[in-house]
Design a protein around this ligand. Structure first.
Ligand code: SF4
Length: 413
């Protein structure tokens, strides 16, 4: 970790990208067995909302260019993720949303999403979240089969998950997404099909479906190592994903991004920021930020994963945000262009415009990258319509490999 950069990088004056704010809420009631996200198994500190507001008020001290975090900048999305944001008191959510609105211009069309754990939110709590400014919920259902919820170590059962989705709709949220985990250890293709169908039957307009990666260091990984759980092999996992794409499409949920499915007009705006070259200011311990710079490169920084230090710095009076450590990463223009391409290709509907991405990076497409794109096209992984690039169905199946191939062409400097 490095201390906040003493220099302020300059930011491109080219057309200003869309901008959003991500708030990382690093608290969970209990850790799930597969989780390697940054969160502590404890109730939120009562000072958390004030600390986020203090970080925001001092965000000119971030490594981001001043122009990127200028007061009054339009915000298209606020996203409270975690962790378990639904553990926060609705007043704290309101305090955070209000603080973002105090510094930036949060229009009435802005998307304000709160992640919800089904074990932590009843109808009254969800109504209060609406009152606090949330207009979209992302509910961590993961499965509607108690066997798989137990393997994952989730805090809720299937009945609770169904109740929380019903409560969200009853509370007036039109924009509700649920998360679904595929390839849970022990699942067969038929098990996975039943789960996908049950999730689709919830009738929500948006589903995020992820293939579970059993991360080393998690209790689930220890279960697999000890033979208490059987990991799903890559071929079966690929079949589960393909099956999910078909079943969700049959239910009216089209795959618009590698891991996301939606009814028309309900794609998550926050997610699109990451794929379309938008800029994001991340607040809270463990939050990531990314901005475009004047030289065509990119700036990424990640707040330290340290709640205690965060509260010492931002809940102090006066706040000592300059003492809070962050990891910074500068991308060259070539690195920025590669990133724009492989992230943009995740958008399966729109893809990415090669010329626009190169113009944003301020460089020409170099020969090795041209050859790479041509080769991906010849292999049927990439489709090209003029300057617009899009993954084919085969390319979507091999998206990680396509991204690695593009990154490997990165010219030095
Ligand atoms: S609720 Fe989410 S962040 Fe919290 S422990 Fe479970 S998977 Fe991790």
């Amino acid at each position: 970790m490095s201390e906040t950069s003493p220099t302020t990088p300059e930011r491109s004056a080219a057309a200003e990208p869309d901008f959003g704010v991500y708030v990382h809420v690093p608290y969970c009631r209990r850790k799930c067995r597969y989780c390697d996200f940054y969160s502590l198994a404890q109730e939120p500190d009562p000072r958390f909302g004030a600390a986020i507001a203090a970080e925001l008020a001092h965000c000119e001290r971030t490594p981001a260019p001043d122009s990127a975090v200028r007061t009054g900048r339009a915000v298209v999305s606020i996203y409270l993720g975690g962790g378990t944001p639904s553990l926060l008191a609705p007043d704290t959510v309101g305090e955070i949303v209000g603080a973002v609105g105090h510094r930036f211009d949060v229009g009435s069309s802005a998307e304000v999403t709160v992640e919800v754990n089904p074990a932590t939110a009843d109808r009254a709590a969800l109504l209060a979240l609406r009152g606090a400014g949330a207009n979209r919920l992302s509910i961590g259902v993961q499965s509607l089969d108690d066997r798989w919820l137990a393997v994952l170590g989730r805090l809720h059962d299937a009945a609770q998950a169904i109740r929380s989705v019903q409560a969200a709709i009853a509370a007036g949220f039109d924009d509700v997404g649920v998360d679904l985990m595929l390839a849970v250890p022990g699942q067969t293709l038929a098990d996975s099909a039943r789960d996908v169908k049950a999730i689709a039957a919830l009738g929500v307009p948006h589903v995020s479906a992820y293939l579970l990666t059993v991360e080393p260091g998690t209790p689930l990984h220890a279960d697999v190592q000890a033979g208490r759980a059987v990991a799903v092999d890559d071929d079966l996992a690929a079949d589960m994903l393909e099956q999910a794409v078909e079943l969700l499409a049959a239910a009216g949920l089209a795959r618009y991004e590698i891991s996301n499915y939606a009814r028309p007009g309900t794609a998550a705006r926050h997610n699109r920021l990451y794929w379309s070259g938008g800029e994001v200011l991340g607040l809270g311990p463990g939050a990531h930020s990314h901005f475009r710079l004047a030289d065509g490169g990119g700036l990424r920084f990640a707040n330290a994963r340290d709640v205690a230090c965060y509260l010492r710095c931002f809940a102090a009076a006066p706040p000592r945000g300059d003492r809070f450590p962050r990891d910074e990463d500068l991308l060259s223009p070539a690195g920025y262009l590669c990133e724009r391409l492989y992230l943009g290709l995740r958008d399966l509907e729109r893809g990415v415009d090669l010329d626009a991405a190169a113009a944003a990076a301020g460089i020409e497409v170099w020969p090795a990258l041209e050859r790479c794109l041509a080769e991906l096209g010849d292999r049927g992984l990439l489709q090209r319509f003029g300057t617009q690039l899009r993954l084919s169905a085969d390319g979507a199946r091999l998206a990680d490999g396509v991204a690695a191939r593009i990154l490997a062409t990165r010219a030095p400097g």
